[in-house]
Design a protein around this ligand. Structure first.
Ligand code: IMP
Ligand code: MG
Length: 190
């Protein structure tokens, strides 16, 4: 285990089981229909790549990037850095895939953006759901795991850009973020 990790919340084996289950749910939902997986960069890249390899029906892949700002600066606004091309959105069934549903701002804003650009259906699939942190009315259609209100890293999730490459999900030692800025709120690319 990495020295900055307090405890492992989801092992590699548990992650595999959760992804198998959610992949089966997504497959059943889109059976017989064309759809595009839209991976929200950077955090969902690992989840999305494992997820799509367990979905045995035709799909396309696209990416979107967003940046969020700490509460208090920029009033917690989310900036969309880039979107798929118009013809990848208009009239398409989209599955937004993100690492974690926390306040809900990222998914709700991106879903709104996709709908306003003419997507036929927008649903969402998240690796982790932290329901206790929600500030906007938003839910994920599919989720692999629910987690308690802890700051977690690994399997794509970062703190200050680091730890995305850990193969498990762990809670970060408090000393890591108190030594830095004090608050593990995310700034920069989600
Ligand atoms: P939102 O608050 O639902 O918009 O989530 C925004 C982003 O915050 C997520 O995509 C993650 O990048 C980041 N985030 C939220 N909670 C955590 C966490 O516990 N660990 C790492 N990143 C997180
Ligand atoms: Mg992040």
């Amino acid at each position: 285990m990495h020295l900055d990790i307090d405890r492992v919340l989801l092992s590699e084996a548990e992650i595999r089981e959760g992804i198998d289950r959610v992949a089966a749910e997504v497959t059943a939902h889109f059976q017989g229909r064309e759809f595009t997986v839209v991976s929200v960069l950077k955090g969902s890249c690992i989840f999305a790549s494992d997820l799509i390899r367990r979905i045995p029906i035709p799909l396309e892949l696209a990416f979107v990037a967003a940046s969020s700002y700490r509460d208090g600066t920029e009033s917690g606004e989310l900036r969309v850095d880039f979107l798929p091309a118009g013809n990848e959105i208009e009239g398409r069934n989209l599955l937004l895939v993100d690492d974690i549903l926390d306040t809900g701002r990222t998914i709700s804003r991106l879903a709104q953006e996709m709908r306003s650009r003419g997507a036929a259906e927008v649903s969402s699939c998240v690796f982790l759901d932290k329901p206790s942190r929600r500030t906007v009315d938003c839910h994920a259609n599919f989720k692999a795991f629910e987690v308690e209100n802890l700051f977690v890293v690994g399997y794509g999730l970062d703190y200050a850009g680091r730890y995305r490459n850990l193969p498990y999900v762990g809670a970060l030692k408090e000393s890591v973020y108190t030594a830095a800025s004090g608050e593990p709120e995310q700034t920069g690319t989600v």
